[in-house]
Design a protein around this ligand. Structure first.
Ligand SMILES: Cc1cc2nc3c(=O)[nH]c(=O)nc-3n(C[C@H](O)[C@H](O)[C@H](O)COP(=O)(O)OP(=O)(O)OC[C@H]3O[C@@H](n4cnc5c(N)ncnc54)[C@H](O)[C@@H]3O)c2cc1C
Length: 272
């Protein structure tokens, strides 16, 4: 027997939507959990992979690294690939390889009317939309940002920095795709100008560097080579990606949350 449901339907991939969109953000949504659509098939010859949208990033990083491949995606290994890619997908390899969504070759999707489109690539407007249309203490930082602004996109594309500004410290971590020796040459100017208190270089596999996880402000490279209208991901032509987080503990007051909200609204008004 077929019954027409009155509930709106949402897909959930990794459940990492900040806004709770993976569960509809309010009551009475029918949630389609994609967790079992989790195949990862790697074709070594064509250097491509078929990935189910229920995967989180960790197994993708794991499987691709087994073949010495990499996929440019998020810094948090537990984000779902479904929500990440539809939102663009930023992380350590963006400067070199672009957004996650720039690396999608094709997709099979179910339209709102239940029709299955086996190759989104054959429907340019659908393909365009899945490429990033979205899913739904600064005191000590000026020197650092002025150095970043000065060097700008001249920073080598194999480097992505993440700047972490916390109440107690300011740190810059990053990934260089290559050896520690090469990196030291490429960041001489940056080190000279930004005068860090100490520096460490660690050689590691990409998998471990990514799964260790780091978050902060990133500097963009390859992402900006595509125009604002090239794909559905419109946030191009900028130097930084910025993620502002608040950790809630017993000392956070309502006033503090309100100030944070005011800050983010003013920031968006002035800069977004
Ligand atoms: C701790 C944390 C760290 C993060 N780090 C990064 C990062 O490094 N880089 C980055 O780019 N983003 C990052 N994000 C943001 C994250 O990419 C987005 O919140 C993304 O939407 C989460 O995707 P998800 O599949 O895990 O979430 P979900 O809640 O499952 O889904 C998010 C949205 O996408 C829709 N959706 C999911 N799968 C599909 C599908 N297959 N088809 C259609 N719609 C779908 C859902 O309906 C929902 O609207 C982070 C988020 C968190 C919470």
């Amino acid at each position: 027997m077929r019954t027409k449901l009155k509930y709106p339907i949402v897909a959930r991939s990794g459940g990492h939507s900040y806004e709770g969109f993976g569960i509809g953000d309010k009551d009475c949504y029918l949630v389609v959990d994609l967790a079992n659509l989790n195949k990862i098939i790697i074709d070594v010859n064509s250097q491509t992979a078929v990935v189910g949208p229920g995967n989180r990033l960790e197994p993708i990083y794991n499987k691709t690294s087994e073949h010495m491949f990499a996929f440019p995606a998020g810094t948090c290994p537990w984000v779902g690939v479904g929500g990440l890619i539809t939102g663009g997908g930023f992380g350590y390899l963006n400067r070199k390889f672009g957004m996650s969504s720039d690396n999608i070759l094709d997709a099979q999707i179910v339209l709102a009317n239940g029709t299955v489109v086996h190759s989104a690539k054959k429907h340019p407007e659908i393909f365009w939309s899945i490429q990033g249309a979205g899913n739904a203490g600064y005191g000590i930082a000026p020197l650092l940002f002025s150095v970043m602004n000065k060097l700008g996109s001249n920073i080598h594309p194999n480097i992505t920095f993440l700047i972490r500004i916390a109440p107690e410290y300011l740190s810059i971590r990053g990934i260089y795709i290559g050896s520690a020796n090469e990196l030291q040459n490429h960041i001489q100017e940056f080190v000279k100008l930004s005068k860090p208190k100490n520096i460490t270089y660690t050689e590691n596999t990409l998998y471990h560097a990514l799964v260790d996880g780091m978050e902060g402000t990133e500097i963009k490279g390859k992402v900006n080579e595509i125009g604002r209208h090239g794909t559905a991901f419109v946030h191009r032509g900028f130097l930084y990606h910025m993620e502002i987080k608040i950790t809630v503990n017993s000392e956070i007051s309502e006033m503090c949350l309100q100030e944070f909200d005011n800050f983010s609204q003013e920031f968006r008004r002035n800069y977004a």
